[in-house]
Design a protein around this ligand. Sequence first.
Ligand code: NDP
Length: 473
Amino acid sequence: MFEYAPAPESRDVVDLKSSYGLFINGEFVDGSGTPFKTVNPATEETLAEVATASSDDVDRAVQAARKAFGVWSALPGAERAKYLFRIARIIQERARELAVLESLDNGKPIRESRDVDVPLVAAHFFYYAGWADKLEYAGFGGAKPLGVAGQVIPWNFPLLMLAWKIAPALACGNTVVLKPAETTPLTALLFADICRQADLPPGVVNIVTGAGETGAAVVAHPDVNKVAFTGSTEVGRIIARTVAGTGKKLTLELGGKAANIVFDDAAVDQAVEGIVNGIFFNQGHVCCAGSRLLVQESIQEELLAALKRRLGTLRLGDPLDKNTDIGAINSAEQLAKIRRLSDLGESEGAERWSPACELPGKGFWFPPTLFTGVAQSHSIAREEIFGPVLSVLTFRTPAEAVEKANNTPYGLSAGVWTEKGSRILWMADRLRAGVVWANTFNKFDPASPFGGFKESGFGREGGRHGLEAYLEV
Ligand code: NDP
């Protein structure tokens, strides 16, 4: 591999403050909990101090959202659409600032935050702006919003998960209280500034930062009508228990352990790109990541040789360098989890391989890793690692591929690589997964619904289906 000269994106476009407050009723205000620090995972440098919302602060935010609900839900859909279009356009105008801040706070490569996350965020707002005046035609029986939505999101796609939650909620006439993840609060706070710039009525969007307790306070608040959560299955279970019997509407988007299935007639080079995109995109911090490669036995050797060659060309390092393919792991805790599960993979008998890859001295890093000789009983074939670690299994027949792919408590996504259209349809029919990609992987579009089966959660986000979660049906 030849060397590239460094091509760093400038940080100057971001006006980083030393401390940030909560965004309640259109104002930035102090939080009454103990503030926390958010760090750049690539350098461990503290980026800013961020307020913690106590349950009293959450209560203020919910009250503001309740008051704003009267005004917002009474606006004609076409008027709400204007605000959403305005927000979408400002996101495009401030795209570079958002992308740099996202990469700083999350550790993801600027190539991804700039070319994937932020354009999809704008697209989501454009898409749902288009729905705001057409809700009666969505097929859910009417256009009545639910009220106040309490939304809790994770750290892997901070701004994109915010868009998935806020855009449909607002389009349908709801108001929101959103809690970003503790390790990645900064782009949500920049989004709050965008709401002000767009003259969104105060209280329609409220952002409360903090740790898990803040999220728990949002979910448990009696005046919240709808809870939307994306995160771990474990916390999803806690939330389902809290919400049970309250009459609150709930959607959960949880973990995954997706199979990426490659048949012997697949175009190998294309499949290799899809495998890389499936598990090494966003350092593998992707709920629908193709973390289990199921390869047909007859092409295993050829495919793995090509895959290893390709992994040798991935560039790991400074997320703000435009040539970087693999950035930093989001936190020390997540790195410890990836290390623990990878070590377990080895001790349970799988064979570990990584390309020669120098890791920076500071920050949280993990090399792209693949495991061969993986059995279905191994922890690395069953548990979500949420890191750049691929477990390789083999199969002989399509029926065996389906059995193995479905042998998981999750069911969020799957990928199928084959020349044969009929086989794609046959597989898609049998795979218990919310999304099945054919000859591609990790493709997202605001018009396409996304969500899981089994322990991957319930409810759909995106597309016409995504409106259902925010309307009285
Ligand atoms: P969590 O599910 O704990 O975090 C998701 C969000 O929920 C965060 O905003 C978190 O706050 C908040 N939260 C935590 N506890 C509660 C609670 N009791 N009530 C309400 N909200 C709560 O994920 P982690 O960040 O701890 O990651 C753990 C594992 O989960 C990862 O290793 C990964 O395997 C998986 N994961 C899966 C995701 C997916 O998209 N499927 C996304 C993220 C993680 P805070 O940030 O302060 O903890």
